[in-house]
Design a binder for this molecule. Structure first.
Ligand SMILES: [Mg+2]
Length: 262
Protein backbone atom coordinates (compact mmCIF):
# COMPACT_ATOMS: atom_id res chain seq x y z
CA UNK A 1 0.00 0.00 0.00
CA UNK A 2 1.44 3.33 -1.06
CA UNK A 3 0.49 6.79 0.15
CA UNK A 4 -2.33 8.40 -1.78
CA UNK A 5 -0.16 11.50 -2.25
CA UNK A 6 2.06 9.41 -4.56
CA UNK A 7 -0.80 8.65 -7.00
CA UNK A 8 0.41 9.54 -10.51
CA UNK A 9 -2.02 12.02 -12.11
CA UNK A 10 -2.09 9.96 -15.32
CA UNK A 11 -3.51 6.99 -13.36
CA UNK A 12 -6.45 9.14 -12.25
CA UNK A 13 -6.89 10.73 -15.68
CA UNK A 14 -7.31 7.33 -17.32
CA UNK A 15 -10.32 6.40 -15.19
CA UNK A 16 -13.88 6.38 -16.52
CA UNK A 17 -15.54 5.22 -13.34
CA UNK A 18 -15.26 4.52 -9.65
CA UNK A 19 -16.69 1.55 -7.75
CA UNK A 20 -17.01 2.04 -4.01
CA UNK A 21 -17.93 0.04 -0.95
CA UNK A 22 -20.40 1.63 1.48
CA UNK A 23 -19.90 0.49 5.11
CA UNK A 24 -16.82 2.06 6.71
CA UNK A 25 -15.67 3.32 3.29
CA UNK A 26 -18.19 5.99 2.27
CA UNK A 27 -20.23 5.61 5.45
CA UNK A 28 -18.70 6.34 8.85
CA UNK A 29 -20.20 3.88 11.37
CA UNK A 30 -23.33 3.78 9.21
CA UNK A 31 -23.61 7.54 8.76
CA UNK A 32 -23.21 9.45 5.48
CA UNK A 33 -21.22 12.50 6.48
CA UNK A 34 -21.43 15.83 4.70
CA UNK A 35 -17.85 15.56 3.39
CA UNK A 36 -18.40 12.05 2.02
CA UNK A 37 -21.57 13.10 0.21
CA UNK A 38 -19.79 16.19 -1.13
CA UNK A 39 -17.04 13.88 -2.39
CA UNK A 40 -19.57 11.78 -4.34
CA UNK A 41 -20.92 14.96 -5.95
CA UNK A 42 -17.43 16.19 -6.88
CA UNK A 43 -16.64 12.84 -8.53
CA UNK A 44 -19.95 13.05 -10.38
CA UNK A 45 -19.26 16.62 -11.49
CA UNK A 46 -15.82 15.54 -12.74
CA UNK A 47 -17.59 13.18 -15.17
CA UNK A 48 -16.86 9.87 -13.49
CA UNK A 49 -19.36 7.04 -13.56
CA UNK A 50 -20.14 5.93 -10.04
CA UNK A 51 -21.40 2.58 -8.74
CA UNK A 52 -21.78 1.42 -5.13
CA UNK A 53 -20.63 -2.18 -4.51
CA UNK A 54 -21.95 -3.54 -1.23
CA UNK A 55 -23.09 -6.54 0.77
CA UNK A 56 -26.12 -4.55 1.86
CA UNK A 57 -29.64 -5.45 0.65
CA UNK A 58 -30.92 -4.68 -2.86
CA UNK A 59 -33.76 -2.73 -1.22
CA UNK A 60 -31.18 -0.32 0.20
CA UNK A 61 -29.51 -0.12 -3.22
CA UNK A 62 -32.82 0.89 -4.80
CA UNK A 63 -33.00 3.87 -2.48
CA UNK A 64 -29.48 5.20 -3.05
CA UNK A 65 -29.61 4.59 -6.82
CA UNK A 66 -32.69 6.82 -6.93
CA UNK A 67 -31.40 9.54 -4.61
CA UNK A 68 -27.63 9.80 -5.02
CA UNK A 69 -25.80 11.12 -8.11
CA UNK A 70 -24.66 7.60 -9.05
CA UNK A 71 -25.27 5.23 -11.97
CA UNK A 72 -26.39 2.32 -9.86
CA UNK A 73 -25.52 -0.20 -7.19
CA UNK A 74 -24.16 -3.75 -7.06
CA UNK A 75 -25.78 -5.18 -3.94
CA UNK A 76 -25.91 -8.39 -1.88
CA UNK A 77 -22.19 -9.01 -2.51
CA UNK A 78 -22.46 -8.91 -6.29
CA UNK A 79 -25.74 -10.74 -6.99
CA UNK A 80 -28.41 -8.05 -7.50
CA UNK A 81 -27.82 -4.94 -9.59
CA UNK A 82 -29.78 -1.71 -9.45
CA UNK A 83 -29.51 0.41 -12.59
CA UNK A 84 -30.70 3.96 -12.78
CA UNK A 85 -33.21 4.31 -15.64
CA UNK A 86 -34.85 7.65 -16.34
CA UNK A 87 -36.56 8.75 -13.16
CA UNK A 88 -36.58 5.28 -11.68
CA UNK A 89 -34.46 2.16 -11.31
CA UNK A 90 -34.39 -1.33 -12.82
CA UNK A 91 -33.24 -4.52 -11.09
CA UNK A 92 -30.98 -7.04 -12.83
CA UNK A 93 -30.25 -10.57 -11.71
CA UNK A 94 -27.75 -13.22 -12.78
CA UNK A 95 -29.49 -15.60 -15.18
CA UNK A 96 -33.04 -16.24 -16.35
CA UNK A 97 -36.02 -15.49 -14.12
CA UNK A 98 -36.77 -19.19 -13.51
CA UNK A 99 -33.17 -19.84 -12.38
CA UNK A 100 -33.28 -16.89 -10.02
CA UNK A 101 -36.64 -18.06 -8.62
CA UNK A 102 -35.31 -21.60 -8.13
CA UNK A 103 -32.29 -20.32 -6.16
CA UNK A 104 -34.62 -18.17 -4.04
CA UNK A 105 -36.88 -21.18 -3.33
CA UNK A 106 -33.85 -23.23 -2.21
CA UNK A 107 -32.90 -20.37 0.09
CA UNK A 108 -36.39 -20.27 1.60
CA UNK A 109 -36.20 -24.02 2.26
CA UNK A 110 -32.84 -23.52 3.96
CA UNK A 111 -34.33 -20.82 6.21
CA UNK A 112 -37.07 -23.30 7.24
CA UNK A 113 -34.48 -25.99 7.96
CA UNK A 114 -32.49 -23.64 10.18
CA UNK A 115 -35.63 -22.44 11.98
CA UNK A 116 -36.50 -26.05 12.88
CA UNK A 117 -32.98 -27.08 13.88
CA UNK A 118 -32.00 -23.89 15.72
CA UNK A 119 -35.17 -22.04 16.79
CA UNK A 120 -33.14 -19.69 19.00
CA UNK A 121 -31.36 -18.16 15.97
CA UNK A 122 -32.97 -14.98 14.59
CA UNK A 123 -32.90 -13.53 11.10
CA UNK A 124 -31.20 -10.14 10.66
CA UNK A 125 -33.50 -7.13 10.72
CA UNK A 126 -32.75 -6.23 7.07
CA UNK A 127 -33.75 -9.58 5.47
CA UNK A 128 -37.03 -8.19 4.12
CA UNK A 129 -34.96 -5.91 1.83
CA UNK A 130 -32.80 -8.82 0.54
CA UNK A 131 -33.66 -10.79 -2.59
CA UNK A 132 -30.81 -13.20 -3.24
CA UNK A 133 -29.33 -13.92 0.14
CA UNK A 134 -30.39 -14.34 3.72
CA UNK A 135 -28.64 -13.17 6.87
CA UNK A 136 -28.92 -14.37 10.45
CA UNK A 137 -28.11 -12.06 13.32
CA UNK A 138 -25.04 -13.32 15.16
CA UNK A 139 -23.94 -10.11 16.84
CA UNK A 140 -26.01 -7.05 15.95
CA UNK A 141 -29.14 -7.22 18.11
CA UNK A 142 -28.60 -10.79 19.24
CA UNK A 143 -25.60 -12.51 20.81
CA UNK A 144 -24.92 -15.97 19.47
CA UNK A 145 -22.31 -18.17 21.12
CA UNK A 146 -19.38 -19.07 18.83
CA UNK A 147 -20.33 -22.76 19.00
CA UNK A 148 -23.87 -21.89 17.81
CA UNK A 149 -22.44 -19.77 14.97
CA UNK A 150 -20.36 -22.78 13.88
CA UNK A 151 -23.44 -25.02 14.05
CA UNK A 152 -25.39 -22.51 11.94
CA UNK A 153 -22.58 -22.26 9.36
CA UNK A 154 -22.43 -26.06 9.15
CA UNK A 155 -26.19 -26.22 8.48
CA UNK A 156 -25.84 -23.65 5.68
CA UNK A 157 -22.99 -25.56 4.06
CA UNK A 158 -24.85 -28.87 4.43
CA UNK A 159 -27.74 -27.21 2.56
CA UNK A 160 -25.41 -26.57 -0.37
CA UNK A 161 -25.26 -22.78 0.05
CA UNK A 162 -22.26 -20.50 0.14
CA UNK A 163 -21.72 -18.69 3.42
CA UNK A 164 -20.00 -15.44 4.29
CA UNK A 165 -19.69 -13.88 7.70
CA UNK A 166 -19.32 -10.35 9.00
CA UNK A 167 -18.99 -9.28 12.62
CA UNK A 168 -22.77 -9.07 12.92
CA UNK A 169 -24.30 -11.36 10.27
CA UNK A 170 -23.90 -14.84 8.85
CA UNK A 171 -25.07 -14.92 5.21
CA UNK A 172 -26.22 -17.75 2.97
CA UNK A 173 -26.62 -17.56 -0.79
CA UNK A 174 -26.93 -19.77 -3.86
CA UNK A 175 -25.67 -16.96 -6.14
CA UNK A 176 -22.40 -17.20 -8.06
CA UNK A 177 -21.01 -13.67 -8.00
CA UNK A 178 -18.67 -12.02 -5.56
CA UNK A 179 -18.20 -8.26 -5.40
CA UNK A 180 -15.60 -8.25 -8.21
CA UNK A 181 -17.40 -10.50 -10.70
CA UNK A 182 -20.66 -8.68 -9.91
CA UNK A 183 -19.06 -5.28 -10.53
CA UNK A 184 -17.56 -6.46 -13.84
CA UNK A 185 -20.96 -7.87 -14.91
CA UNK A 186 -22.60 -4.53 -14.02
CA UNK A 187 -20.09 -2.48 -16.02
CA UNK A 188 -20.46 -4.78 -19.04
CA UNK A 189 -24.28 -4.78 -19.02
CA UNK A 190 -24.69 -1.09 -18.28
CA UNK A 191 -21.82 0.50 -20.20
CA UNK A 192 -20.65 -2.17 -22.63
CA UNK A 193 -17.12 -2.22 -21.21
CA UNK A 194 -15.60 -5.69 -21.46
CA UNK A 195 -13.81 -7.20 -18.46
CA UNK A 196 -10.39 -5.98 -19.60
CA UNK A 197 -11.60 -2.40 -19.97
CA UNK A 198 -13.45 -2.56 -16.65
CA UNK A 199 -10.40 -3.81 -14.76
CA UNK A 200 -8.15 -1.09 -16.19
CA UNK A 201 -10.44 1.91 -16.47
CA UNK A 202 -12.55 1.54 -13.34
CA UNK A 203 -11.06 1.99 -9.89
CA UNK A 204 -12.30 0.51 -6.61
CA UNK A 205 -12.39 1.94 -3.06
CA UNK A 206 -12.93 -0.30 -0.04
CA UNK A 207 -12.03 -1.03 3.54
CA UNK A 208 -12.22 -4.66 4.59
CA UNK A 209 -12.03 -8.41 4.04
CA UNK A 210 -15.16 -8.64 1.92
CA UNK A 211 -13.50 -6.24 -0.56
CA UNK A 212 -10.65 -8.71 -1.14
CA UNK A 213 -11.89 -9.87 -4.56
CA UNK A 214 -12.04 -6.27 -5.83
CA UNK A 215 -8.63 -5.34 -4.42
CA UNK A 216 -7.20 -8.37 -6.24
CA UNK A 217 -9.05 -7.79 -9.52
CA UNK A 218 -8.89 -4.09 -10.33
CA UNK A 219 -5.72 -2.30 -11.41
CA UNK A 220 -6.31 0.94 -9.51
CA UNK A 221 -7.52 0.30 -5.98
CA UNK A 222 -7.77 2.52 -2.94
CA UNK A 223 -8.19 1.77 0.75
CA UNK A 224 -9.41 4.13 3.43
CA UNK A 225 -7.03 4.14 6.38
CA UNK A 226 -9.05 1.64 8.43
CA UNK A 227 -8.23 -1.04 5.84
CA UNK A 228 -4.95 -1.48 7.73
CA UNK A 229 -6.85 -3.59 10.28
CA UNK A 230 -7.50 -6.15 7.50
CA UNK A 231 -4.03 -6.10 5.92
CA UNK A 232 -3.31 -9.65 7.17
CA UNK A 233 -6.40 -11.19 5.56
CA UNK A 234 -6.08 -9.47 2.17
CA UNK A 235 -4.06 -11.54 -0.30
CA UNK A 236 -3.73 -8.39 -2.41
CA UNK A 237 -3.93 -5.11 -0.48
CA UNK A 238 -5.21 -1.90 -2.10
CA UNK A 239 -2.55 -0.15 -4.18
CA UNK A 240 -3.14 3.28 -2.61
CA UNK A 241 -4.11 4.17 0.94
CA UNK A 242 -5.71 7.37 2.24
CA UNK A 243 -4.41 9.05 5.41
CA UNK A 244 -7.86 9.16 7.06
CA UNK A 245 -10.48 6.62 8.03
CA UNK A 246 -13.93 5.95 6.55
CA UNK A 247 -15.80 8.87 4.95
CA UNK A 248 -12.94 11.31 5.55
CA UNK A 249 -10.56 8.96 3.74
CA UNK A 250 -13.06 8.53 0.91
CA UNK A 251 -13.16 12.34 0.54
CA UNK A 252 -9.35 12.43 0.33
CA UNK A 253 -9.37 9.78 -2.40
CA UNK A 254 -12.06 11.66 -4.34
CA UNK A 255 -10.06 14.87 -4.08
CA UNK A 256 -6.88 13.16 -5.33
CA UNK A 257 -8.75 11.74 -8.35
CA UNK A 258 -10.66 14.91 -9.21
CA UNK A 259 -7.70 17.27 -8.84
CA UNK A 260 -5.62 15.07 -11.20
CA UNK A 261 -8.23 15.38 -13.92
CA UNK A 262 -8.09 19.16 -14.33
MG1 LIG B 1 -16.93 -1.97 4.09
Amino acid sequence: MRALSMLPPEDARGLVGLLFDLDDTVLSHGVLTREAYDAIWSLHDAGLRLVAVTGRPSGWGEVIARQWPIDGAVTENGAVHIVREGKGVALQFDGEANEVAERRARLDRLVETVAKAMPQVKLADDVHARRSDVAWDIGERERLEPSAVEELAALVVAGGARTTRSSVHLHATFERDDKASGAIRFVRNRFGDDAGAALHRWAFVGDSGNDAACFAAFRTTFGVENVRAYARVLSVPPRWIAPSKRGAGFAEIAKAIVSSRW
